[in-house]
Design a protein around this ligand. Structure first.
Ligand code: RRO
Length: 308
């Protein structure tokens, strides 16, 4: 089965890549991704200045996923700019994630990466873990202002990492905003923000930041990710690609996202827990599952969820 695909005209050898977040903050980690079967090298979201992130413990495994409040630990965007030539040596697309604290921050970072050799820019509108900062993706006015500014800075394709939505009116409102700007792809979904896991023995939360409130990740959130990909696939024009993310840990999960309409998928928690061999495994499982169903390529199943 041919698992090649494209995002904003950038060819990908396979449908599966790493998500921004786990193990993609420094050159050593990004090199491991470069040497893996991940279809692209995706970086941790960056800010203007380097950040240590939130106090520990800030990540915990859960039976079906994880909860975390990392707080945007990263090396600062200039470090990622400097790494791009080394990352490009791996012969696959390089995607930077940027996550400024203001429209001005995002303008500075997008402008810099527009002048670089990076292939795609994913602008993160949905980090739930910064004290005192709302998720841009839940503020439609701010989203529109930000999009107007960052899509006017150059020709390199820009995509947006969206928060999960839970109401049809929100899917429609966001899709209508996206249609007004040259956004080339969206990535759905970020973690489900501000969830709480309690340890009944210690009678405490299990992560330290924000009184225990953190982003829920992994298998718990797959139905929400699938719904977000499906809803936006039905609302947006075909010239905008959708990257699915949320609870993909095997080939069948990846296939479900394909039926919902994903052009590619990202893996976060499974990569965090299992390491870089997950990309090759999920790819092989997807190819086998599709071959058994008689499919030759992704396009044969993409978006073709059947009515019940
Ligand atoms: O670093 C984080 O705490 C973080 C980010 Br930037 C994000 O976009 N999503 C998330 O779950 N965690």
């Amino acid at each position: 089965v041919d698992l090649s695909t494209q995002i904003a005209g950038v060819a990908l050898d396979s449908y599966i890549m790493n998500a921004s977040g786990p193990k993609c903050t420094n050159l050593e980690e990004l090199t491991v991704i470069g040497e893996s079967n991940s279809a692209a090298i995706m970086t941790k979201s960056c800010t203007i200045a380097p950040r240590e992130g939130n106090p520990l413990p800030r990540y915990q495994d859960l039976p079906l996923g994880s909860i975390q409040s990392m707080g945007l630990p990263n090396l600062g965007y200039k470090a990622y700019l400097e790494m791009i030539p080394a990352l490009k040596q791996h012969g696959k697309p390089v995607v930077v994630s940027i996550s400024g604290f203001s429209v001005e921050d995002n303008i500075e970072m997008v402008s810099a990466f527009q002048q670089s050799d990076v292939d795609l820019i994913e602008v993160n509108f949905s980090c739930p873990n910064i004290v005192g900062k709302a998720q841009v993706a839940y503020d439609f006015e701010q989203t529109e202002k930000s999009l107007a500014a960052i899509t006017a800075l150059g020709d390199k394709p820009i995509g947006i990492k969206l928060a999960p939505y839970f109401d049809m009116s929100h899917f429609i409102a966001m899709a209508n905003i996206l249609k007004r700007y040259p956004v080339k792809f969206i990535t759905c979904i970020n973690s489900i923000g501000n969830t709480l896991v309690i340890d009944p023995i210690t009678e405490q939360p299990i992560i330290k930041p924000k009184g225990g409130f953190g982003g829920l990740c992994g298998e718990y959130i797959k139905p929400i990710g699938l719904a977000n990909v499906r809803a936006f696939r039905q609302l947006l024009d075909d010239d905008i690609q959708i990257i699915g993310v949320g609870g993909i840990s095997n080939g069948v999960d990846a296939f479900e996202y394909l039926l919902a309409g994903a052009d590619a998928v990202q893996v976060a928690t499974c990569f965090e827990k299992q390491g870089p061999n997950c990309f090759q495994r999920i790819e092989a499982e997807l190819a086998l599952f599709m071959a058994n169903k008689g499919y030759d390529c992704l396009a044969d199943a993409k978006g073709r969820l059947k009515p019940l």
